[in-house]
Design a protein around this ligand. Structure first.
Ligand code: T3D
Length: 269
């Protein structure tokens, strides 16, 4: 691991995180460069994700961008500096850990896609559990336009999210996918006016934050696992996870709340 993972402490942080009522909001904050990812920024993002994953008071996460873009992917100007890290190393050691951290964290992540999500920025959007988009937002696999291949999970997420035919069109032609098309293909759950995006994303995250955290974490893991196993394995996996969450206090609380006709109060126990 390159030794920039603690860059999140820097005064010029370009990743902000705010906590409110069990929902952590992570904001990519380099609006002048459409939130393009630099080496320090990738370190900050990874540190933030790992800290949130360990924090049991965080029940759901919102990931968004400052300004008019969600994220324009790799900062291409940084690549022109002397002695850039070889691309394979950059992807393996700085991008892949971010995607793995997003998928491994127990909390669900809601992507609030406020504008263009390009290159690895699109990959970050795909790695969220749910996405809500502002009118005018778009997804662009910009990799091909600069002679690169989709990375940071884009080639894996996209066919699963929109189907192989649409994925091939977007990945090979580099066509931009509008928010409206993204909703049609199920990539985003909803398209909303830009001025209501933050509230909409927060409302979804708040709903998630009110659910039983361990059941949510197991659901996230089971959905992901289902992509690579057959029905037989999936049935076994469901039984295994049900055995675990079925023994939690939160399950007992859910049952009691149903009988009492009141909202449940889940604690994560
Ligand atoms: O390490 C590695 O390289 C391997 C990993 C690769 C992963 C990747 O992400 S590769 C793909 C990298 N991203 C791109 O190729 C996208 C480049 N950007 C664009 O194609 C366009 O900017 C957008 C389609 C995203 C938006 O277009 P538009 O017309 O709305 O905005 P713009 O005028 O192009 O950009 C506004 C500013 O942001 C501009 O700066 P300036 O001229 O006002 O000072 C532009 O240079 C800057 N900007 C946008 N994208 C990037 C960027 N600066 C650095 N890196 C960027 N990726």
């Amino acid at each position: 691991m390159p030794d920039d993972e603690t860059a999140g402490d820097a005064a010029s942080a370009s990743v902000r995180s705010d906590m409110d009522g069990g929902v952590a909001t992570i904001t990519l904050d380099r609006p002048d460069a459409l939130n393009a990812l630099t080496i320090p920024m990738k370190g900050e993002l990874l540190t933030t994700l790992r800290a949130i994953a360990r924090d049991r008071t965080v029940r759901a996460v919102v990931l968004t961008g400052a300004g008019r873009a969600f994220c324009a992917g790799q900062d291409l100007k940084e690549r022109l500096e002397p002695d850039p890290t070889p691309l394979g190393v950059e992807v393996r050691e700085r991008y892949n850990p971010i995607i793995r951290a997003m998928r491994a964290m127990p909390q669900p992540i809601v992507g609030a896609i406020n504008g263009v999500a390009a290159g690895a920025g699109a990959s970050l959007a795909f790695a969220c559990d749910l996405r809500v988009a502002a009118e005018g937002a778009s997804f662009v696999l910009a990799f091909g336009r600069i002679g690169l291949v989709p990375d940071s999970g884009a080639s894996w997420f996209l066919p699963r999210l929109v189907g192989p035919a649409k994925a091939a069109e977007i990945a090979l032609l580099g066509s931009s996918m509008s928010a409206t098309d993204a909703e049609r293909f199920g990539l985003v759950v909803r398209v909303v006016p830009a001025e209501t995006l933050a509230d909409e994303a927060r409302a979804i995250a708040t709903r998630l934050a009110e659910l039983a955290p361990r059941a949510l974490a197991h659901t996230k893991r089971a959905l992901e696992r289902s992509w690579s196993v057959g029905l037989d394995d999936a049935l076994d996996d469901e039984a295994y996870r049900q055995g675990i969450v079925g023994a939690t206090s939160d399950h007992a609380e859910g049952l009691a709340a149903f009988i009492d006709k009141r909202p449940p109060r889940f604690t994560g126990e």
